[in-house]
Design a binder for this molecule. Structure first.
Ligand code: AMP
Ligand code: MG
Length: 647
């Protein structure tokens, strides 16, 4: 549904007069009629490329569904609308411009002189129209039938897109009849479709799921999936993800943070490349012992001293400076006394070395930090700031790393709407999982692809999963894996994708219905984690299951580091082993850190994960042990940042 439209009049004259011309007014009237529920914004700007770009970016960032511009598409030197539009769009939609041109050419050869562009930036469709009223009127008529549909596709409003497709299919059976187009809410005459046009914009939407949801009363009342212990689930994930055949890529070192090194790099220069002073002081010859020295020269960091030092001489040096040949030690300035200087005090002539120096004292010999040929990064290292710094210091600008699997994120649920939508619809909630998981994966070094939001309908889920699998290797879905009649992920994966479910229920809290499946899709193995929709379940399962799987792909140690902690308070145990979110307070005495649980641990309450440093591994309750007393030591997975907290 189109909720926000911007009309931008681009004209120096209109800008000067601060008034929209007839073309702008025509677009405004059109938008009001076509999208009666949309918020419509208008703005008048001059033919300045930077201003046009800025306005387009601003409106796209303000979640406009559609931006229509008028003006600035011609050949005059001030006409820069197409250039500005091209600079901001992520994808061009050339067929729109072609359609506009073809239609206009029927009316006038002048249409050849319009350079209008159409394209998308994020989820906003931008279309340039020429400045003349006649041209705008003709062009609007051309694009009108596809606008709503294009925007539904952009916004992943799959069910609305489907309705259009369904009506098109129906129309194919009964060509040339009047069809009520539910998306545009108007009656249109549709042309018969050929087979090739039938397969147009979204071929995946032609899918028919084989999952039958009609007999809701017959759905199982107990999960048919065995409840696996976590240790077994981990073994399954580890074994399966090891089959991932990764490739390698060479990237700039500054893009390497968190990436896994695929080829070792060895130092091609020693560090330091010259004997360097560790202190501010005097480079000396140690066999001269203590006593007065002639100050021969001063060497600051970066200087290249030429003349060798002779017995009885010293050279003033800074930290990091190269020692003159012959010097074999540095005496710090604190261990010296000035004996004589030039009359203007600008030159030190003699100093006394108060303490007899040892050979090699306070100098770093060649290769002290990094010997020539030593290994700077090893295969399997996860690059961090220090290693990347070492590579920079050693003259490497690039590093070869393992390519991570492409990870897709898909949210499912009829109650969900996009987080950026202005108004919350009745009985709806905003999807927080996709954003949270994207950030959580990023915290652990993985980028992900947004695969949108799908409703709980078999064919819609099937279409959304197929579209997602086309874009990723590892798909992480949330929602729809429990026991409700709308929990259709598992049957869709099995029936429509022939997926093998390696587990569908785990003895863990939160996250019991977590599902891990693989399937062959378009000739490739795909790995699918279908996690429960509750935000905390999604958070915990992503850490414990998905991050583990991703690390395994890179042949890294898969599990998070485990530490012993003491409970700050008594904890009641759940029958299932529980991953409880906590922060740590470190004892000064060397005792184990204390774990403080982050408030109410209910699985819908994402606040219980905010700032969490660890997931406590609380054991399941047994008749002999239903609670743990404050002070009991338990293990914890280091999944988050360790920040200092006030005692
Ligand atoms: P489900 O796993 O689909 O049964 O959903 C369990 C709970 O999580 C329900 O209260 C949903 O509304 C909620 N939920 C599901 N998906 C999301 C999501 N993407 N963002 C926020 N809450 C969600
Ligand atoms: Mg649901």
């Amino acid at each position: 549904m189109v909720k926000a439209v911007a009309i931008i009049t681009i004209s120096d004259t209109c800008f000067k007069d601060n008034s929209m011309d007839s073309s702008g007014n025509f677009l405004l009237d059109f938008a009001k009629k076509k999208f009666p529920e949309a918020n419509i914004h208008t703005v008048i700007i001059p033919d300045e490329k930077v201003i046009i770009e800025r306005e387009l970016i601003y409106f796209c960032g303000s979640n406009m569904d559609l931006i229509l511009t008028t003006g600035g598409t011609g050949l005059s030197s001030r006409d820069v609308t197409p250039e500005a539009t091209k600079a901001v769009i992520h994808k061009e939609v050339p067929a729109i411009s072609v359609a506009l041109t073809l239609e206009s050419l029927k009316k006038t050869p002048m249409a050849m002189l319009s350079r209008a562009v159409a394209g998308i930036r994020d989820k906003t469709l931008i279309i340039n129209f020429p400045g003349s009223l006649k041209a705008v009127t003709e062009c609007v008529a051309v694009v009108k039938p596809v606008l709503s549909h294009a925007i539904s596709i952009l916004k992943d409003e799959i069910s609305e897109v489907k309705e259009v497709h369904a009506s098109m299919q129906e129309n194919q059976v009964n060509p040339q009849r009047h069809v009520h187009n539910a998306v545009q809410n108007e009656v249109v005459v549709q042309q018969p479709l050929t087979n090739s046009t039938h397969d147009h914009v979204c071929p995946h939407l032609q899918m028919n799921s084989s999952v039958d949801v009609s007999a809701v009363a017959l759905r199982p009342r107990e999960s048919p999936y065995p409840m696996l212990e976590m240790a077994d689930a981990f073994k399954i994930i580890d074994t399966i993800m090891e089959q991932w055949v990764g490739s390698v890529e060479t990237i700039n070192i500054e893009d390497g943070l968190g990436r896994v090194v695929a080829q070792p790099l060895h130092a091609k220069e020693p560090m330091p490349p010259f004997p360097a002073s560790v202190k501010d002081g005097y480079a000396c010859i140690s066999s001269d012992g203590a006593g007065v020295r002639k100050v021969r020269t001063a060497v600051t960091a970066g200087d290249n001293p030429q003349a060798p030092l002779v017995p009885g001489e010293c050279a003033r040096v800074n930290t990091g400076a190269a020692l003159p040949v012959g010097a074999d030690c540095v005496v710090q300035v604190e261990d010296t006394k000035l004996v004589s200087a030039s009359p203007d005090n600008k030159i030190e002539l003699e100093v006394e070395i108060l303490v007899a120096p040892q050979p090699q004292q306070d100098l770093r010999p060649v290769g002290f930090d990094i010997p020539l040929g030593s290994c700077l990064v090893e295969k399997g290292d996860v690059l961090d700031a220090a290693q990347i710094g070492i590579l920079a210091g050693a003259g490497f600008q690039q590093v070869t790393v393992r390519v991570n699997p492409k990870i897709g994120l898909l949210s499912t649920g009829n109650e969900l709407q996009e987080p950026y939508e202005e108004t919350l619809r009745p009985a709806h909630i905003r999807d927080s999982n996709r954003t949270m998981l994207k950030m959580l994966l990023r915290e652990h070094g993985y980028d992900s692809i947004d695969c949108g939001l799908a409703r709980d309908e078999p064919a819609v889920l099937m279409a959304a999963i197929a579209a997602a699998l086309r874009r990723c290797d590892v798909l992480v879905c949330t929602g729809g894996v429990s026991m409700g009649e709308k929990d259709l992920l598992k049957p869709v994966l099995i029936n429509d994708f022939g997926a093998t479910l390696h587990f569908g229920r785990l003895r863990m809290k939160p996250g019991k219905p977590s599902t891990f499946a693989t399937c062959e899709f378009e000739g490739k193995t795909k790995y699918i984690f279908a996690l429960p929709g509750n935000p905390v379940s999604a958070y915990v399962c992503c850490l414990v299951l998905v991050v583990r799987a991703l690390r395994r792909c890179a042949r890294r140690a898969a599990a998070f580091a485990r530490v012993g902690v003491r409970l700050a308070r008594d904890v009641t145990l759940d029958p299932r082993p529980e991953y409880a979110r906590a922060i740590l307070r470190f004892a000064s005495s060397g005792d184990l850190p204390t774990a403080i649980l982050l408030g109410n641990q209910c699985s819908s309450r994402l606040l219980s994960a905010c700032g969490a440093s660890v997931l406590l591994e609380l054991p399941g309750a047994s008749p002999a042990q239903r609670a743990l007393a404050a002070g009991t030591s338990v293990s914890a997975l280091l999944t988050g940042r360790i920040d200092s907290i006030n005692n």
